[in-house]
Design a protein around this ligand. Structure first.
Ligand code: ZN
Length: 470
């Protein structure tokens, strides 16, 4: 799939601090360098559970964990059929992990630079010195005459490292044969070498506190610009009551912080769909208590199930759930409580092409009484995370459990990697949803994989209604 730029890629690295920096210059005074992430480049911190997953995937496949202790890691989602993430360590791309929904498994797709961090113990080949320049410089395949050693674990189709006799890595690629065949071959290709965008990895341990310090000026500037924006919009609309649209996600929490710094305490507006994770409800309570803000809640649960019974489950291209469970109840509430209001929303341009094109102040055609404003429109996910860390803000614990975006637990926009995780981690929650899907599948005479293969997430022959998103 084609990568798309939603804004300038701001991610850079300081080799003195061993941290990401969102500016040309680090707070330590050192000049930073680019990290060649795939656009849109909205990388986020990897939490300990993410690092454990990466290390498990690499250990299963290559016999050793990829990430050395103490290193900061970022994950950068890359457009793919399901889920694919670039792993940023030491300011370079060490590899990719990719999810195969049909097989319910992850595959590591390594980069040669990974060998600055670890030594593969399985699934590697060693080539003769004479073959090295052809493979390393010209990207040619590993041919049978140039093969010195092939590890026992290699099967056709496996990702493998290509090493020289002195142990240095000269490339990576996909094995074309299994080990028995390869050992008997006198000619022909054994590994198809893959060419990559080169990147520099400088290993070195660091803490997230150090990353916050390295970005001190960046965060001050981002905050004061967002605070200034909030004051400006509020000043231009003195007749409107302000509130913070709060979802339990990181972006709305960062928005809450800058809004309260700019104009003091205003209520949190929480559009409860009835389909949230228990941790999200807990986070709404915690944020409300921590900052002393009232929560005004709308309830979309009853209408969710009424609509489901008529129309079936919401789909990526028919997200009636947002309109029915959020927009309509919010519109009703605003009309009853204030007539009209000003809501600060945690929308960011790097989230999607639609949001990149959105104005910073707008009215949703479905909720005309709500003037919406996005103080952190130009922040990347890393701005948000570093800011939340600096402020010691109580973010939703789900982020530490592999969830990178917070929404309804059965959101049709989720990839299968996430849905399989939710099935495993929240069996009761998912079981109740699966039973509803099966009822609809049987009544409509749909195929079984409409449920199990996740096909319910896409409604055939339906156009998207962007304004129904919230
Ligand atoms: Zn630095």
């Amino acid at each position: 799939m084609r990568p798309s730029y939603l804004g300038k890629i701001l991610l850079r690295w300081c080799d003195q601090c061993h941290t990401p920096v969102l500016a040309q210059c680090c707070a330590c005074g050192e000049k930073t360098r680019e990290v060649p992430v795939t656009p849109p480049g909205d990388a986020r911190p990897a939490f300990p559970a993410d690092i454990a997953l990466i290390n498990k995937i690499y250990t299963d496949h290559f016999g050793a964990p990829l990430i050395p202790p103490g290193h900061l890691v970022l994950l950068n989602k890359v457009p793919d059929r399901d889920r694919m993430e670039e792993i940023v360590v030491g300011g370079g791309i060490a590899g990719i992990i990719r999810y195969f929904p049909d097989q319910r498994r992850w595959e590591p797709i390594p980069r040669p630079e990974a060998c600055t961090l670890f030594i593969p113990k399985k699934r590697y080949v060693v080539v003769d010195d004479g073959a090295v320049p052809f493979i390393k410089d010209q990207g040619m395949s590993v041919l049978a005459p140039g093969l010195d050693f092939i590890d026992d674990a290699v099967c056709a189709g496996d990702e493998v490292f290509i090493l020289a006799k002195d142990g240095t890595c000269v490339g990576v690629g996909r094995a074309k044969t299994d080990v028995a065949t390869a050992r008997g071959m006198e000619k022909g290709s054994i590994v198809r070498t893959r060419r990559n965008v080169a990147s520099l990895i400088v290993p070195g341990a660091a803490s997230w506190e150090a990353a916050v310090a390295a970005n001190a000026d960046v965060l001050d500037r981002a905050e004061s610009s967002a605070v200034g924006f909030v004051r400006e919009v509020t000043g231009q609309n003195p007749h409107l009551v302000a509130n913070i649209s709060y979802s339990g996600g990181k972006d709305s929490l960062a928005t809450l912080l800058v809004v309260t710094k700019a104009i003091g305490k205003v209520p949190m507006l929480f559009a409860d769909t009835g389909m949230e994770f228990p941790e999200t409800y807990a986070n709404v309570e915690e944020a409300s208590r921590h900052y002393g803000l009232d929560v005004i809640r709308t309830d979309g649960k009853t209408t969710f199930w009424e609509t489901f019974d008529r129309q079936g489950p919401p789909a990526v291209n028919a997200r009636w759930c947002c309109r029915v469970c959020k927009l309509t109840p919010v519109a009703n509430l605003i009309r009853e409580q204030w007539g009209e209001c000003l809501s600060f929303i945690g929308q960011r341009r790097y989230e999607s092409a639609v949001r990149a094109q959105s104005k910073r102040v707008w009215r949703n055609s479905n909720v005309r009484a709500q003037l919406s404003a996005a103080p952190i429109q130009n922040w990347t996910a890393l701005h948000v995370w570093l800011y939340l860390m600096r402020e010691h803000a109580p973010y939703n614990i789900l982020y530490e459990r592999h969830l990178d975006r917070i929404g309804c637990f059965m959101c049709p926009s989720s990839d299968m990697a996430l849905i399989h995780l939710i099935e495993a981690e929240y069996p009761d929650l998912w079981e109740s949803w699966r039973l509803r899907l099966e009822q609809w599948q049987q009544v409509r005479g749909l195929s079984a994989d409409w449920v199990t293969g996740g096909k319910w997430r896409l409604l055939e022959g339906c156009m998207d209604d962007e304004d129904s998103h919230y």
